[in-house]
Design a protein around this ligand. Structure first.
Ligand code: MGD
Ligand code: MGD
Ligand code: MO
Length: 758
């Protein structure tokens, strides 16, 4: 594989044609991509009524590989009729995530009932009757309900309403494995839990801090904005233990100049250790104070806690900051200098910040840094968590969380005339742990791949096995269906967003509520999530109660309820008529009045955490490759990191030498949670020494269940691991990476967690 020096570019363009061929031609793919539906991948929010491939600033064409992949996945043919008679569960367990995904669209409900080693098709009525019967047998607090951020606001709202009226608050969503630390940290600091800027603000900034994020792979459409910042003479400072190719240079496919010559992205690239951000960010704040570059007028008028924070900053030693961040004093000085001279600064971040046991502290430290120079509460400056799933923000807004805001709870009760349960609900990891402890009997997953997303994959699989019933609503097969089996497991096939019979809505990361028109179903069989949920609710709760569930089968009716219940969503009630997409008021902060009881922001003090890992150990981050969307792996190669396979650990050459390893040697990687054998140790000088990189979800057996106490987000990016040699370097047929099931290194096909590449 030729080493790539730029992200995006011609490979992205060729990819479009390749995908088009796969799905039956460019016209067909173009039509699908241009339909009036919100883009299915990340939360940068394309499409909606502006039509596909148009961003929130109105720019066209905005395409990314991931949206093509997601579309092509939905456009595939149905799973073969004889598929489930042919492949037994142990065989499905040996499939890779990509193989499962490309088996085709699910079109019929399926059941695994423990009687045989096979899934078998069942009728819709049978499937729903069985689920309803089970819900009648168990008590509500023995159930949990998980929603991935792919579903619509309407389906999310309906699910949480159903679960609560049924009697439980055990309702959670994938943000507990994602940006929950951003929500909690931002609320603590400024009283808003989402981005304080919109896309135009970012375009108007003259400095963007990009922290712990890899948008070249994961939010490619942000790259045009970053390119523009540089073209306007602004700066992009990247903070990342890995030098990501696409963040150094990116060829924006829709910009001729950029496509031909590439665009420089980072103006300064700083590599802390994994988990070193808190010390680094605090160090920059300390230096600003030393330089007298803080905005004292802003701090005294709009912030609480500056005296205390300044006292701490002054007491910190530079030696400590250097040791705990891995960044030297001169680099921190340079960062502070550049920040001090910028007029409008946006701070953007993703999982490199949240996936830590101090994720909330990380986010609060970013907010501190912005506030000390008055960079929140005015145009072209502010805080921007770059959200993951296309509707993860909306799913949270409409109440898919264990603890509802008081205002929403009261309005739900008065609007529907029902008392709702007050017992504390379980978040995502708490649900898995309660299942493992035998306290839960039933799990319901609206989209996503809960098994595949979990830390400690072995434990997660065992937890699901304890349940009497698991129900999965999905478009395609995934590893959860093979490894996340309960005693009885039912899969219900659903329609994708652009196949919905009625319009649905999604909220972007800039709090824009988008209207998706839906469209014709591509297959006979799958049902809309809304139809399934309302049918099930009617079967479980009857239609004589406070809610007419049959009426809740129309998305317009659900929008009407949401508009009356969720503050700021009033316009949703008329959206069918007006077709007017809208920004949720109060989220973008264009003035320094914060929605807190004092109208002020709060600065927070944190102890600087020591770096993880004992002597001889390394810090492991588990990340996405360029060719995957979360647990769905579309391609084994990682274009931007120049890797052709996924069973690898990327290590700095100094670490290889220190451990007596040579490049491409098979190694055993172990942590407190588990071990993987026959991992190929790759020499990678773009990662800071002392830190290693592996791919999610394959590496999830190594991730411990340690969570940030404040946000309950697992430390997916910061696992202490030991790397040991296993044999001679690979030259020829590579060995198969396997999960080590005991200390005797016993392995088996069912333990491969989809690692076999075919
Ligand atoms: N193509 C594609 N797009 C996606 C997704 C996908 O899987 N594929 N997933 C979607 C979802 S749900 C999400 S949440 C986002 C995820 O988007 P990202 O957060 O960009 O994804 P990751 O690959 O998990 O990790 C991001 C970066 O964190 C860095 N990092 C790791 N540890 C640290 C650390 O301690 N400090 C710092 N500063 N950096 C660190 C890694 O080097 C990596 O570059 O993308 C969304 N978009
Ligand atoms: N080690 C490690 N673990 C991680 C992470 C990490 O960086 N490292 N990242 C975490 C993060 S940020 C997240 S968000 C989670 C991801 O958590 P999830 O959202 O649970 O997982 P996904 O892999 O995105 O879910 C993929 C499945 O969604 C289904 N699907 C696709 N479209 C639709 C639809 O329209 N409707 C329905 N009902 N189903 C659909 C498909 O069947 C597909 O198999 O993983 C987390 N886990
Ligand atoms: Mo995410």
């Amino acid at each position: 594989m030729r080493e790539r020096k730029t992200g995006g570019g011609w490979p992205a363009v060729w990819y479009t044609f390749r995908k088009a061929r796969e799905v039956g031609g460019i016209v067909k793919l173009w039509k699908a991509m241009r339909s009036k539906n919100a883009c299915k991948t990340c939360a940068l929010g394309m499409g909606g009524q502006a039509g596909g491939m148009v961003n929130e600033a109105g720019h066209f064409p905005e395409v990314c590989k991931k949206s093509l992949q997601a579309m092509a996945s939905d456009m595939q043919g149905a799973v073969r009729r004889d598929f489930f008679e042919t492949y037994s569960l142990p065989q499905l367990q040996a499939f890779s995530p990509r193989e499962l995904e490309t088996c085709g669209r699910l079109t019929t409900p399926l059941i695994y009932d423990g009687q045989s080693q096979y899934y078998r098709p069942i009728e819709w009525d049978d499937a729903l009757a069985r689920i309803a019967a089970r819900l009648g047998e168990v008590s509500p607090d023995e159930t949990f309900w998980y929603v991935s951020g792919r579903s619509s606001n309407e389906a999310g709202f309906l699910l949480q309403l159903f679960a609560r009226i049924y009697g439980t608050n055990n309702v959670s969503n994938c943000s507990y494995y994602c940006h929950q630390a951003s929500g909690v940290g931002l609320s603590n600091s400024i009283g808003v839990s989402t981005a304080t800027v919109n896309l135009e603000d970012v375009e108007g900034a003259d400095l963007v801090f990009l922290i712990g994020a890899n948008p070249a792979s994961n939010h490619p459409r942000l790259m045009r904005t970053l390119m523009q910042t540089r073209r306007n003479g602004g700066e992009v400072i990247v903070i990342n233990p890995v030098v990501e190719t696409g963040l150094v240079n990116f060829s924006v496919p829709s910009d001729v100049r950029s496509l031909m010559f590439g665009s420089a992205i980072a103006s300064l690239y700083v590599q802390p250790h994994i988990g070193g951000d808190l010390a680094l960010l605090t160090g920059i704040a300390k230096r600003l104070d030393e330089m007298k570059a803080t905005d004292e007028a802003f701090l005294s008028a709009h912030c609480l806690g500056w005296e205390e924070l300044r006292t701490q900053l002054r007491a910190l030693s530079w030696e400590d900051i250097h040791m705990r961040s891995g960044v030297d004093r001169a680099t921190i000085d340079e960062m502070a200098r550049r920040y001090a001279r910028a007029k409008n600064v946006v701070f953007a971040w993703t999982m490199g910040i949240t996936h830590h046991v101090h994720g909330v502290a990380n986010v609060e430290a970013i907010a501190n840094l912005a506030l000390v120079r008055g960079m929140v509460g005015r145009p072209n400056a502010g805080l921007m968590p770059i959200r993951g799933h296309s509707n993860v923000q909306g799913i949270g807004s409409v109440g898919v969380m264990p603890k509802l805001k008081d205002a929403i709870l009261q309005r739900l009760e008065s609007h529907f005339g029902v008392p709702l349960p007050k017992t504390p609900g379980l978040d995502t990891i708490a649900s898995i742990e309660a299942a493992a402890a035998g306290q839960l009997k039933f799990g319901f997953c609206l989209g996503g791949n809960l098994f595949g997303s979990n830390p400690d994959a072995t434990f997660a699989g065992q937890a699901m096995q304890q349940l009497d019933m698991a129900v999965y609503l999905n478009t395609t097969l995934n590893t959860g269906h093979a490894h996340g089996l309960a005693k009885e497991t039912i899969i219900l096939p659903v329609l994708a967003r652009d196949e919905e019979p009625e319009p649905t809505t999604q909220e972007s990361m800039f709090s824009l509520v988008r209207l998706s028109d839906g469209g014709p179903a591509r297959h006979k069989g799958p049902r809309s999530e809304i139809a399934i949920l309302s049918d099930l609710a009617r079967r479980v709760l009857g239609s004589s109660g406070p809610i007419r569930w049959d009426q809740m089968a129309t998305s317009g009716q659900i929008r009407e309820s949401i508009s009356r219940i969720i503050p700021g969503w009033e316009q949703l009630g008329q959206i069918d008529r007006t077709r007017q997409e809208f920004h949720i008021p109060g989220r973008r902060l264009s003035e320094a009045r914060f929605p807190t009881p004092t109208a002020k922001a709060t600065l927070h003090i944190h102890e600087l955490p020591a770096l993880r890992g004992g002597p001889g150990q390394l810090r492991l981050m588990t990340v996405r490759s360029e060719g995957q969307f979360n647990t769905v792996v579309y391609e084994d190669y990682d274009l931007y990191r120049n890797q052709t396979r996924r069973d690898i650990v990327l290590m700095h050459p100094d670490d290889l030498a220190r451990l007596g390893l040579v490049a491409d040697q098979p190694v055993r990687v172990s942590s407190e949670a588990g071990a993987l054998s026959n991992v190929i140790a790759r020499s990678y000088d773009k990662i800071k020494a002392g830190n290693v990189l592996m791919y999610y979800p394959e590496a999830n057996v190594l991730v411990t269940r340690a969570v940030d106490p404040a946000s309950r987000t697992p430390a997916f990016k910061n696992v202490a691991v030991t790397v040991e040699p296993m044999g001679a370097p690979v030259n020829g047929a590579p060995p198969t990476m396997e999960i080590v099931t005991s200390d005797a290194a016993e392995t088996g096909p069912s333990s491969r967690a989809g690692m076999r590449a075919c």
